[in-house]
Design a protein around this ligand. Structure first.
Ligand code: ASP
Length: 320
């Protein structure tokens, strides 16, 4: 007989710097998302549905760099991306280069469940969104437009070369609001899932794909290990296949907390310090949760079966 697990969900609203004037909105947003994800689990829903609904709440919020409120690329346009993974089947779905799909994470789930593929971007993805009648919404917000103008000014002031984002981050860390969203969950049946959604790195080149939609880098889930969602400089997570690395640590017997701390330690050792800001959340197959970062903040929240109420914070274990 399968053992009934105590469900739990962890969400993040991004690493980077959360300024005081916006931090309340961030905390409220992650709490709402965690509660939504937990309600799905409490009603006997799956980990996959839990992470999808939790991420969709943050995509609709406007406080995060995902869905509505996504960051702008260098051409002042939004290109959103998202992914989802089911730890039971290792099925996964991912989307990229989306212009106006309201909830990229819902499209990622459609790719996972209704196609033979894992990753579909651009026009093809938009076409599927149409076929499946997904809602549309212009993701541009005043907030992101104002960020864009500041970032562009720094760029024009000669503070950075396009290929060397590191220089800009070093001189203007406050400009880079890494507010990607993600969720990991364990359901009653012992299944884990993960999902991540983002507008991507501010001022990115058109066509640039980050870690968030890449399975193994921004998102990974495996019932034999656990689930992980990443936020931060996508190129760092890609180079270290970070979400899968966290899952490998859990498969090897580490708790979720030990695994994320080990992975951030790895980032610190292996990737140039000016461009390695990362945050990670994880859940292991026993329902133990983990969160760690080397970034100034990690906006995150969780709900466990014990407490049933969301607990949110702007920091977790900082690994330096
Ligand atoms: N990881 C995202 C990216 O590089 C950014 C973020 O986490 O905010 O696209």
């Amino acid at each position: 007989m399968t053992k009934v697990r105590k469900p739990a969900v962890v969400v993040h609203g991004g690493a980077g710097t959360w300024h005081p004037e916006r931090s309340q909105a961030g905390l409220e947003g992650v709490k709402k998302a965690a509660k939504t994800g937990f309600d799905v689990l409490k009603d006997g829903g799956s980990a996959v549905d839990s992470v999808m609904e939790a991420v969709a709440v943050m995509e609709d919020d406007g406080a995060f760099n995902a869905g509505y409120g996504s960051s702008l690329n260098i051409e002042k346009r939004v290109e959103m991306e998202a992914s989802i993974m089911d730890g039971k089947t290792l099925q996964a779905g991912a989307v990229g280069l989306l212009k106006d799909v309201k909830n990229p994470v819902r499209l990622a789930k459609i790719i996972m469940e209704k196609t033979d593929h894992v990753f579909v971007v651009g026009e093809g993805a938009e076409k599927l969104a149409k076929i499946f009648n997904l809602e549309r919404r212009k993701p541009l917000t005043e907030l992101r437009l104002s960020y864009y103008e500041c970032q562009r000014k720094a760029l024009l002031d000669g503070k950075f070369e396009l290929q060397k984002l590191a220089g800009l981050i070093k001189n203007h860390p406050e400009l880079f609001e890494l507010e990607t969203v993600g969720a990991v969950a364990l359901d009653k049946n012992g299944n884990v899932a993960a999902a991540t959604s983002t507008g991507g790195f501010p001022l990115k080149l058109p066509g640039r794909i980050g870690d968030s939609p890449i399975i193994g880098c921004g998102t990974y889930a495996d019932n034999q290990a656990g689930a992980c969602s990443a936020t931060g400089v996508g190129e760092t997570a890609i180079r270290l296949v970070l979400a899968k690395t966290v899952c490998n640590f859990m498969e090897g017997g580490k708790t979720a907390q030990e695994a994320v701390e080990l992975a951030i330690g790895l980032v610190n050792r292996r990737i140039l310090a000016t461009c390695n800001s990362m945050g990670l959340i994880a859940i292991d197959v026993h329902g133990r949760i983990g969160a760690a970062h080397n970034s100034p903040n990690l906006c995150w929240a969780y709900v466990t079966s014990e407490k049933q109420e969301p607990v949110a914070s702007l920091t977790a274990k900082t690994v330096k």
